[in-house]
Design a protein around this ligand. Structure first.
Ligand SMILES: [Zn+2]
Length: 91
């Protein structure tokens, strides 16, 4: 399946000299199988920082650690990540 996303650099609201990058998965993503589509609806598995699908590895008091997946956990299809350059810039 193709996971196309756009990268947007935004100013950090808590520190004006910093920016952070948001990777947003395009809405028209065609999931390889119904299970993965349903899973993504129930659990937010897209990482905005990394621009990758992730699954929860460990849950701790501070939050959770996630590991990036390159293959669908349900049907085994390879996930192809591709950054789509967006024309709009927010500044
Ligand atoms: Zn799948």
């Amino acid at each position: 399946m193709d996971a196309n996303y756009t990268k947007i650099t935004r100013p950090d609201p808590s520190s004006p000299s910093n920016t952070y990058t948001d990777c947003t998965l395009l809405k028209d993503v065609a999931f390889c199988c119904e299970q993965f589509r349903e899973f993504s609806k129930k659990f937010p598995s897209w990482s905005y920082e990394q621009g990758r699908f992730t699954i929860v590895d460990q849950i701790t008091y501070d939050g959770q650690t996630q590991i990036v997946i390159n293959y669908c956990p349900f049907c085994g299809k390879k996930i192809k990540y591709k950054e789509i350059k967006s024309k709009t810039r927010t500044h």
